[in-house]
Design a protein around this ligand. Structure first.
Ligand code: FPP
Length: 247
């Protein structure tokens, strides 16, 4: 979707919430304990985004490839999502959060799918923050499903048409993409939409990602010059930023 050029507060932040397993293993706990802590970190991050005026938060909760994890971890994550929905939807609703689940629902049980739809419907009028939870999601899946949709409609495959057919067509592209846990890759997340996102890699494990870590990421973002293929001169970059870059 459309790009935003302001570098004040990112309108759309996307996060690969990595490091839950290591957080738990370091404490001799089962990996699912790390994911449970991860839900807490996500709740705090939602509040922090609202307080800072971020409009869209997109998080990677379960990738198309995560089915290959040990079966007890997979079922634990599915259960955790169902439990978290039951527990968190009322407060998300009260806080003005509009919830979307982004990903392939075909493999999910009817009961599970109904839970996702109910949560989306319960929050659909909300305007303060759009929260996209990517579940059974992969960037390649998204591009393929968008292309398939256009082919079925008999539409020409153009960038604009693909953009409209993508699973995140309801929000602008992310401005800032954060990955926690110290790894420097995007792991099939938002391959299409992150074309011009600023990338930030944090060493913090996701359960430890706090307001200060979010502020640090936003500060790094504010000091980036977003050129979208243009030159600094074309953007009329202010002298302060130019001086800072030269220093
Ligand atoms: C990656 O950490 C994290 C995940 C695969 C799951 C992310 C899920 C949450 C943060 C909980 C929120 C989830 C729901 C269900 C809303 P990892 O397990 O790969 O960590 P590691 O790299 O340390 O092993």
């Amino acid at each position: 979707m459309a790009q935003t050029s302001s570098t004040a507060v990112p309108h759309h932040i996307a996060i690969v919430m990595d490091g839950n397993g290591r957080w738990a293993t370091r404490r001799f706990l089962p990996r699912i304990a790390g994911h449970q802590q991860g839900v807490g970190a996500l709740n705090r991050c939602v509040q922090a985004c609202i307080a800072r005026g971020v409009g869209v938060l997109t998080v990677f909760a379960f990738s198309s490839e995560n089915w290959n994890r040990p079966p007890d971890e997979v079922s634990g994550l599915l259960e955790l999502l169902a439990l978290s929905l039951a527990r968190e939807v009322p407060s998300l609703k009260a806080n003005g959060v509009q919830l979307h689940f982004v990903g392939d629902r075909q493999r999910l049980s009817e009961k599970f799918k109904a839970g996702l739809t109910q949560a989306e419907q319960a929050t659909e009028g909300n305007q303060r923050l759009v929260l996209n939870v990517c579940f059974n999601y992969g960037g390649r899946w998204d591009i393929a499903q968008a292309a398939r949709k256009l082919m079925q409609e008999g539409s020409e495959i153009t960038e604009m048409a693909l953009d409209r057919a993508m699973a995140l067509a309801h929000v602008p592209d992310p401005d800032l993409l954060i990955r926690t846990g110290g790894e420097m890759r995007i792991s099939n997340f938002l391959l299409w939409q992150a074309a011009y996102a600023e990338l930030h890699f944090s060493d913090k494990l996701w359960p430890d990602f706090d307001d200060a870590a979010l502020d640090a990421a936003i500060e790094v973002y504010r000091n980036r010059e977003r050129r979208f293929g243009q030159t600094s001169e074309q953007l009329g970059a202010d002298s302060k930023k130019t001086a800072m870059k030269a220093a």
